[in-house]
Ligand binder design. Structure first.
Ligand code: FAD
Length: 380
């Protein structure tokens, strides 16, 4: 590890934060033959070990070797019915933090100009970053830890509490994650349970809810819902919670101001979480690839695809609707996932559908409720 003074002599590209976005970008820069020194600075405050990300994709990705599980179908329970739906051209994969790190290091370790530094980034500005009090000059800064000076307003928040459970009985279907199950109370916000199975006895069981910005998270409600779900729906016959994770993520439908001089914000702070789902992993992969491509082609990292105004509007409208009337979340998910495969819904969530496809998907959702929300959005 190098000290601040040495860093400043060598570094031209600083990646602040070595989580999903920082590591993914480092790997993409390495394969794009980025010739200038790159240093990834992470303070270890959010260790990668024990973290897991799930995401869907319909194409191969650079970091696919980090996936420890791949699924070809999902289960949904909506409007009183359970259905198992094939994913069509999509696959759902699970990546563990330790695997992500080792796959990224396969790309960066052979390149001596890629280094990893343990340090706390205090500030990111025009000509570099301040790491543990030392200014480090940089041509480009990719910032996943400080974020824009003025974050965009948040439309809603996604609260989740996940239990890593060991069940007495072989209660989980090891081949089929449950994307959403609405068999828990909707009294405290639009919510569902998500199940990511590891084997028949082990799974991550997560209570997820969309609430208005600033609404208080009530851990007791989430815990009771999880206990009820495990006991009465999964029928574990007794279970142990081995680990818990919880978070409240602000959801922004508006685009974050990502660029400040030579600083580009990446990851969650760069607005890469999809506002209507809270998923970010796959969007971060696409963003990392686009940044590396822009640097290679243009000598700067800012030639990135414009976020779609249409999909931001859809996200904002959905969040408006479900935070006012919680029962609408089940109706919306029921409408999106009503097809023979999950492909139309996943393509829509990937923002890759055309307007005619979207109109078909929206049939089955109550038009007046959504038009009223769109009207509120346009007049705000
Ligand atoms: C609990 C949880 C589960 C999630 N699960 C999924 C999922 O399954 N699928 C999905 O698509 N999305 C998921 N997300 C959303 C999103 O994909 C993740 O949050 C993802 O980790 C975001 O990547 P990031 O690089 O922005 O942040 P992180 O991955 O959190 O990386 C930030 C890094 O910066 C470091 N750091 C922080 N502050 C400083 C500082 N000042 N100086 C130096 N280093 C610093 C931390 O140690 C960390 O390594 C989840 C989010 C949460 C909170």
């Amino acid at each position: 590890m190098r000290g601040g003074a040495e860093l400043s002599r060598h570094t031209t590209t600083v990646i602040a934060g070595g989580g999903v976005s920082g590591l993914s970008l480092a790997a993409h820069l390495a394969v794009a033959d980025h010739r200038h020194p790159v240093v990834v600075v992470d303070d270890g405050s959010h260790p990668l070990d024990d973290r897991t990300w799930a995401s869907w994709s319909d194409r191969p990705g650079l970091l696919d070797a980090a996936a420890s599980r791949w699924f070809e179908r999902i289960r949904v329970h909506v409007n009183g019915r359970t259905t198992v739906i094939p994913l069509g051209r999509y696959r759902y994969r699970v990546v563990r933090g330790s695997d992500l790190r080792s796959v990224v290091r396969r790309y960066t370790d052979p390149l001596p100009h890629f280094t990893f530094h343990r340090g706390h980034v205090d500030r990111a500005d025009q000509d570099g970053v301040v790491v543990d009090g030392d200014h480090v000059r940089a041509r480009w800064v990719f910032d996943s830890v400080i974020g824009p000076e003025v974050p965009p307003p948040s439309e809603a928040q996604l609260g989740f509490r996940g239990w890593y459970v060991r069940s007495e009985r072989a209660a989980f279907d090891a081949e089929t994650p449950t994307f959403f199950d609405f068999r828990t109370s909707q009294d405290h916000g639009a919510s569902f349970v998500y199940v990511l199975p590891f084997d028949a006895h082990h799974a991550l069981v997560e209570h997820t809810s969309f609430t208005a910005s600033g609404a208080l998270e009530i851990p007791r409600v989430q815990q009771e819902a999880l206990t009820e779900y495990l006991t009465e729906v999964v029928c574990t016959g007794g279970h142990e919670v081995e680990r818990e994770e919880h978070a409240v993520l602000p959801l922004h439908a508006a685009q974050a101001q990502r660029r400040r001089g030579n600083v580009l914000t990446i990851g969650t702070r760069g607005g890469l979480l999809k506002a209507s789902t809270g998923f970010g992993y796959q969007r971060i992969q696409r963003d990392s690839e686009a940044i590396a491509k822009s640097l290679r082609r243009n000598g700067h990292p800012f030639d990135l695809p414009e976020p779609s105004g249409r999909f931001r509007m859809f996200d904002a409208v959905l969040l408006d609707v479900v935070t006012r009337e919680s029962a609408q979340l089940e109706r919306a998910f029921g409408a999106l996932f009503r097809y023979r495969t999950a492909e139309p819904a996943l393509r829509f969530l990937d923002e890759a559908t055309t307007p005619p496809q979207e109109w078909k998907l929206f049939a089955g959702m109550p038009a007046p409720v959504y038009l009223a929300a769109a009207g509120r959005r346009l007049s705000s």
